[in-house]
Write a protein that binds this ligand. Structure first.
Ligand code: UT7
Length: 329
């Protein structure tokens, strides 16, 4: 029997309309467009302004478009994995809120929390569901309303993040298209450099945690930067080596969009020229779990069936990894 691979049969995304530019940030904190562009590559990011809408809303917009694009009825969906660091609530899972919204009443769903590597971890998990033969249609979502956890008085983090969502549909394939391999790692000792201190079971919300602004993202940028540069490159190279892939074989690098300098370093380590690297950071900033699927959405028209893709991510945790797949639409 032919081997079953998990093919991406559709990709769709959603970003809110509101554009938060570097110029506007200059009016909010002591920063400037030149610093932001040279240090991060970010020019603007999208913000979901409506206080009554959050991650599930954006994810639902993306998924509705995906279902229409792939002619899929919601009842056909077997599983929904939502990679998010900003669930609408602690529970229920955002995946369940999306499932209810779209009418996926034959599916089970859950959220996966691995900070900026969440989509890569979720894609791997979803692919294994398909490869097992047990499930036929798995939705993998990456969605974050980062503006809900960003401290807009902290110039070292507020310039980085944006809101957005994107999703892929995974289906079985027996012609060798789709997900092939991955290297995934995590190291909890890095948690102290990038976290949200309060709001969990260790430091539940209190007047004190609110007064100390401990429900916002804390990041010590430099150690995170150094680890991101080395670990994304290491994982990408490991995946290439064990699949006997050279830079010539790879059509596209699809990197997590945290910092243009980290992306450039990963591309250099993999020997890939700029024209093979998907870049959306200038217009969206770091949308955490949505960066990789939003890249796929934005570059969809340039992707050809059979293209070999190298995905790579690094995030809080620390979490990181890389994956190799063949585009099969
Ligand atoms: O996606 C999850 C994983 N996260 C990442 O991968 C992020 C990794 N880290 C980074 O991308 C970078 O470390 C940052 C973009 C966060 C910061 O860039 P940096 O080149 O590492 O800057 P820095 O933190 O070393 O700060 C350099 C200077 C400091 O001033 P002094 O101490 O040299 O006087 C900062 O206070 O830049 C200052 N600074 C700013 N200046 C203008 C920090 N933020 C800003 C700002 N505007 N927004």
């Amino acid at each position: 029997m032919a081997k079953i691979t998990a093919n991406i049969t559709g990709v769709a995304g959603y970003v809110p309309d509101y554009v938060l530019t570097n110029r506007e940030l200059e009016t909010m904190v002591d920063t400037n467009d030149e610093w932001i562009v040279t240090r991060t590559g970010i020019r603007e990011r999208r913000i979901l302004k409506d206080p009554d809408k959050a991650t599930a809303y954006m994810a639902t917009q993306a998924v509705n478009e995906l279902l229409a694009q792939t002619n899929t009825r919601p009842q056909e969906i077997d599983a929904i994995i939502c990679a998010t660091a900003t669930p609408d609530m602690m529970f229920p899972a955002t995946a369940n809120l999306v499932g209810a919204e779209i009418g996926a009443n034959n599916a089970f769903g859950y959220d996966l929390q691995a900070a900026c590597s969440g989509f890569l971890y979720s894609l791997t998990t979803g692919a294994q569901m398909i490869e097992s033969g047990r499930f036929k249609k798995v939705l993998v979502i990456g969605a974050d309303k980062m503006s809900s956890i960003v401290d807009y008085t902290d110039r070292s983090t507020c310039i980085i993040f944006g809101d957005g969502a994107a999703a892929v549909l995974l289906e079985p394939n027996t012609e060798g298209f789709g997900f092939h391999d991955c290297v995934l790692r995590s190291d909890g000792s890095g948690g102290k450099f990038l976290n949200i201190y309060a709001g969990g079971s260790l430091h539940p919300a209190s007047h004190e945690t609110v007064d100390k602004r401990q429900h916002y993202i804390f990041q010590d940028g430099q150690p995170v930067f150094k680890m991101a540069v080395s670990k994304m490159a290491e994982a990408a190279q490991e995946v290439m080596q064990r699949n006997q892939l050279t830079a010539n074989d790879i059509a596209w690098l699809v990197p997590h969009q945290a910092n243009k300098r980290i992306i450039d370093a990963t591309a250099r380590a993999a020997g890939l020229p700029d024209e093979k690297v998907m870049i959306t950071i200038a217009k969206y900033g770091n949308t955490t779990n949505a960066t990789i699927p939003l890249c796929l959405r934005d570059y969809k028209d340039q992707l050809k069936k059979g293209d070999k893709l190298l995905l790579a991510a690094f995030g809080g945790g620390y979490t990181w990894g890389a994956a190799y797949l063949t585009w099969g639409i």
